[in-house]
Ligand binder design. Structure first.
Ligand code: IVH
Length: 668
């Protein structure tokens, strides 16, 4: 490769890794499989090793992802949470052992081999034997305080039986069992909602939900696999630390192997590959760790990962098949998504006939052509993806794929915003699939919940041009409905009745139904609860929005741009004219309660006359919000006896600290 080409590829890899880091760690909605992500990192590592002069100051290979989100308060780990070096080959495990021997001499070493759980890394802190805090990995140094949601998990100890270290950080993963994942998706199927991609991302999304009630409806589980800060540290071996974890009733991994040397470790990994199929949680590999804490200490770590441990990852399953066509799907917001139409092939237990191609850059980079033989991969529950083309089998005359310049549905010229990977059809009003999907979404269970207005009915309404905008739904006539397939007197009356009833749905459902980018059901509820009416939202400014706990910059910008758009304004006016309820009663306007309504409270310590849960109920009844963690958006910390870190934090942030009596005064 010429220098320029190398530089360009390096830039491309770095941008792509940054993009996927953001999707995986922060938004928990990855577009590519872990295996594909690891391949990007491998390629970057190789190029950087080959061309050290092109290495930038902070190589991305060395960086731990960052999962922090706005709406949570940050907490600095007493000991950093590191990542692990990865490999997919046994040879590299042998090299790992050689490296360990170079560092620590060649006396035989004891290794612990365990399953690698595909969950969300979290650190639990215990002070004087009491659970005080759960924090995500974040950027490795500081993470998000998720204690409030973590407390919904029921399989971890709140209190340790003595003896215990004064301060202890236990590391492990939050995961969702395959069974729970299936249960939730089954419910989603029944409700006509899109299914979640895999248990890991659902677990990550759930633990970061600001709406605790919603978080509670999905069961998460805890498993411990390591140690963070520990004072005093009275262990010689990791295995003896695990015995204590067991004594304190922490759940541990289902199997582990204590073996001598790397060859025995490899055998254990092979054993594990068989056993893991029976586990209740998703595993993506094995972790091999030195058992002696003294040797761990001597080996030390790099900026990203310890030198005393390595992760061996199991390969995703692959198959070769023919790419018959590339279809372009137009989404609700006009995004054009290329989909590979494949000759059906058996893969990881299912028949695969479609795979994602992400966007035009990906097609160009992999030079995917119709007629090619392609390698398809399925990792976990992730949507199958095309990894590469088998060039040796390329049919003669296969032409490079030209991404459409106009929308395959309505013919409008497509646009591509600066810095965005996706092409979009800008014809929001007249492009049939966009119109269909928008109306379908509006009518769905998760939004306005209009019975009898499923996808097939919406398709017909749009095709026959009875409804081409959301407000059109409210002027549908019975004689129009009677021309639809499978419609008779009764079904037409029922649908008109359901539309009538939907006019008084809760405000958040209406907001959610607009399909504002980045605004899901939780954010819609926040908006309804804070602003109480569409007229207020039509005027809202970014400054006021970011003041709301749980709404960040991107979401705020998106909301303001939606309500500022003239087409959206006229749609909202039309809906109001049709008689839809566009406002919600503020909780209670009486003078004293204003002091509580809309304010965020955090409760800590033992209150003199009531349980914290009772105080929470009172606050919520008066329109206030009870949150689990202190941040600069907290209005009041209600502190009882033996209040701990939350009190210190509130004081350092200048948050008002009040007593139970003062709270009762506010509520009077
Ligand atoms: S030990 C210094 N053991 O995988 C890190 N980690 O990809 C030592 N993980 O950050 C970690 N299962 O969150 C360890 N049995 C296991 C694990 C495990 C999953 C996670 C962990 C780590 C990540 C690295």
């Amino acid at each position: 490769m010429a220098d320029d080409a190398i530089q360009a590829r390096l830039d491309e890899l770095r941008n792509s890794i940054r993009h996927h880091n953001e999707l995986y760690y922060r938004e928990a909605v990855p577009e590519i499989s872990d295996r594909e992500y690891d391949r990007l990192k491998e390629e970057l590592t190789e190029l950087e090793a080959q061309y050290p002069e092109l290495v930038i100051e902070e190589s991305l290979v060395e960086v731990v992802g960052d999962d922090r989100l706005s709406g949570f308060s940050s907490y600095t780990h007493r000991e950093p949470m590191q990542s692990l070096d990865n490999t997919y080959s046994f040879e590299e495990l042998e090299e790992f052992e050689k490296r360990v021997e170079r560092l620590l001499g060649d006396a035989p070493k004891e290794y612990l081999v365990e399953p690698k759980i595909d969950g969300v890394a979290v650190s639990l802190t215990y002070e004087n034997g009491l659970f005080v805090r759960a924090v995500t990995r974040g950027n490795g140094i500081e993470g998000d305080d998720i204690t409030a949601n973590f407390e919904l998990i029921d399989n971890f100890p709140r209190q340790l039986s003595p003896p215990y270290p004064d301060i202890l950080e236990v590391r492990g993963e939050i995961y969702m069992t395959n069974e729970e994942f299936e249960r939730i998706n089954e419910q989603r199927r029944a409700d006509g909602q899109p299914e979640f991609a895999n248990p890991r991302n659902l677990a990550a999304g759930t633990i970061k939900m600001l709406d605790r009630k919603e978080a509670k409806s999905r069961k998460l589980t805890w498993v411990s696999h390591g140690r963070g800060f520990c004072e005093p540290l009275n262990y010689e071996k990791l295995s003896s630390f695990f015995s204590d974890l067991d004594r304190w009733n922490f759940p541990l991994v289902e199997n582990h192997w204590l073996v001598n040397g790397i060859q025995k470790s490899i055998e254990a990994v092979q054993n594990l590959d068989e056993l893991r199929k029976t586990y209740s949680y998703p595993t993506d590999g094995a972790v091999i760790k030195l058992n002696s804490l003294e040797l761990q200490d001597q080996a030390g770590s790099t900026s990203k990962a310890p030198r005393w441990a390595i992760a061996y990852k199991f390969e995703a399953e692959q198959a070769v098949t023919r790419l018959n066509d590339i279809a372009i799907q137009v989404g609700r917001t006009g995004t054009l998504s290329p989909v590979a139409i494949l000759e059906p092939v058996q893969l990881a237990g299912t028949t695969v006939s479609r795979a994602t191609l992400h966007n035009s850059d990906e097609i160009a980079r992999k030079d995917v052509r119709i007629g090619d033989s392609v390698i398809v991969e399925k990792a976990g529950e992730i949507i199958p993806a095309i990894i590469e083309v088998v060039l040796a089998q390329r049919p003669e005359g296969a032409e490079s794929y030209a991404f459409p310049e106009s929308c395959p549905s309505c013919g409008t010229q497509v646009v591509r915003a600066d810095g965005e990977a996706a092409h979009r059809c800008p014809n929001t009003i007249g492009c049939p699939p966009q119109v269909r999907r928008r109306i379908q979404f509006f009518a769905s269970r998760q939004c306005m919940d209009i019975e009898g207005l499923g996808e097939a009915v919406v398709d017909q309404l749009v095709d026959k041009e009875f409804a081409t905008t959301i407000p059109d739904l409210y002027s549908l006539k019975k004689e129009d409905l009677l021309t639809l397939e499978k419609f008779a007197e009764k079904s037409a009356d029922n649908l008109l009745q359901a539309l009538e009833e939907s006019k008084s749905r809760e405000l958040w459902r209406l907001i959610h139904g607009f399909g504002i980018p980045h605004v899901g059901s939780s954010a819609s509820k926040l908006l309804a609860k804070t602003f109480f009416s569409l007229s207020a939202l039509l005027e809202v400014k970014v400054d006021a929005l970011v003041e709301v706990e749980g709404i960040g910059d991107i979401v705020a910008e998106s909301i303001v741009s939606f309500f500022g758009d003239p087409d959206n304004k006229s749609m909202i006016e039309a809906l109001m004219a049709a008689g839809l309820k566009a406002e919600e009663e503020p909780p209670d306007q009486s003078a004293n309660k204003v002091a509580v309504a809309g304010k965020t409270f955090v409760l800590t310590g033992t209150l003199p006359t009531m349980k914290r849960s009772e105080a929470k109920t009172l606050i919520e009844a008066a329109g206030g919000k009870a949150s689990g963690s202190v941040s600069k958006k907290t209005d009041f910390l209600v502190a009882g006896e033996s209040a701990g870190s939350k009190l210190t934090k509130a004081e350092s942030l200048g948050v008002s600290v009040i007593s139970e009596a003062q709270l009762l005064d506010l509520l009077k």
